[in-house]
Design a protein. Structure first.
Length: 404
């Protein structure tokens, strides 16, 4: 099968997401995969220029020899004009791939590129799957454009042949956005038990960052949004005044400099460890180095219905997780599976200390591991592959959702 994946973010530099895991496993099963991505970090990284030229990469992010072909159309490198230029460069690239690559199915999850892809694919009677992993219009960096983004996102969802969501909350969201219920389903995220497991040793990481044997380590991994709750956790750490509590932050993003500022102002340079972006293959060692993992995000429209993949990875390594009581996470994991809920980001540090003092952490970690232990990426890929086969077969017979 030939699969074209289209997204409005960076396949190469941003952390791997569900698409990455599925695409690389499907490639190793013999399917041909091409990705059209977007250099979302062009303002802070990469070559300084007025415009970028089309680039083609062969990339394996997670699995050796997966070799996904990633195509990056050129854009004008000016704020807002980059979107305007995409109307031309991405339309041309999508048309080229639909003609020359001739995919059996298109998988997409975004706004502008998805809109262009859905229109072009429908003309060629190529089925389109909208793969919902986020409330994507809320991620548009210009608030004035978010209403337009919502309109386009809703249209993409309505016009897709099938909508796959990674949790029940997002499936319900896509139905509210106009998806026909019978054309929606849930395929959850998975874990790679060889890479993420309780046997990984974090001693090297603790030694590298000067973490002592008696130190208590709280970990966050991922993109640092302003609503991630880490600035609030950092300020709470300053109030507690316990030098043995460490906050290890692995990642970069919008809030990085502000967290760094709090760290310096509050004299927390020994307690807040800003590790920055790290290679994907090293992330398990960072999780292993921690005692508790954090997900203290604000309960806003972006986070309300999603379940970040890092939740599964934390849990697979037998780590208890402290998370804001977000509806999507509660719906996914329930109340007794290793997740401890807080109402506000400001409560994260104190709650972690309370759990440690009560001796609750080992039991919570074990519950977390048991919940995700059978949720392997191989079984998730089996499900996804079966759906792709039914969609392509159904399109040939004019009945997309039958049997799904």
């Amino acid at each position: 099968m030939k699969i074209l994946i289209i997204q409005d973010t960076d396949w190469i530099r941003r952390n791997p997401v569900q698409h990455t895991h599925l695409a690389e496993r499907l490639a190793l099963r013999g399917h041909k995969i091409r990705v059209i991505d977007y250099e979302i970090l062009w303002q802070t990284e990469g070559k300084r220029s007025l415009f970028s030229r089309r680039q083609v990469f062969s990339v394996s992010r997670i699995l050796k020899d997966a070799n996904i072909t990633v195509i990056r159309p050129g854009i004008l490198k000016f704020r807002l004009l980059d979107y305007f230029s995409m109307l031309f460069t991405y339309s041309r690239e999508i048309g080229r791939q639909l003609r020359d690559f001739a995919p059996d199915v298109v998988v997409t999850d975004c706004i502008l590129s998805s809109y262009l892809a859905v229109r072009a694919a429908r003309k060629k009677r190529i089925p389109v799957i909208f793969y919902s992993i986020d409330i994507v219009h809320r991620l548009v960096p210009f608030k004035l454009l978010q209403p337009l983004g919502r309109i386009l996102e809703a249209r993409n969802i309505r016009n897709a042949d099938l909508v796959i969501a990674i949790n029940e909350g997002l499936r319900e969201y896509t139905v509210r956005m106009g998806a026909a219920t019978e054309k929606t389903l849930v395929i959850r995220a998975g874990i790679d038990s060889e890479t993420y497991n309780p046997g990984i040793d974090g001693t090297e990481i603790r030694r590298q960052y000067g973490i002592k044997e008696g130190d208590f380590v709280l970990l966050f991994v991922g993109w640092l949004y302003h609503f991630s709750g880490l600035k609030e956790a950092a300020r709470q750490l300053a109030e507690i005044k316990n030098k043995h509590i460490k906050l290890l932050i692995v990642g970069d993003g919008d809030a990085y400099s502000e967290i760094q500022r709090v760290r310096n102002e509050k004299d927390l340079t020994d307690q807040i460890i800003m590790a920055g972006r790290q290679p994907y293959e090293d992330i398990p060692k960072y999780i292993a180095a921690s005692d508790v993992c954090l997900m203290p995000a604000y309960n806003n429209e972006i986070m309300r219905d999603i379940v970040p993949i890092k939740m599964y990875e934390y849990m697979a390594m037998q780590k208890p997780v402290i998370a804001t009581r977000l509806p999507g996470i509660v719906k996914e994991f329930g109340d007794d599976n290793g997740i401890v809920y807080i109402e506000r980001p400001e409560d994260a540090i104190a709650r972690a200390i309370e759990l440690a003092d009560n001796g609750d952490l080992p039991g919570l970690g074990l519950k977390a591991w048991r919940f995700v232990a059978n949720n392997s990426w191989e079984s998730i890929t089996d499900q996804f592959e079966a759906v792709l086969n039914k969609v392509t077969e159904g399109r040939q017979h004019g009945r997309i959702s039958e049997g799904i």
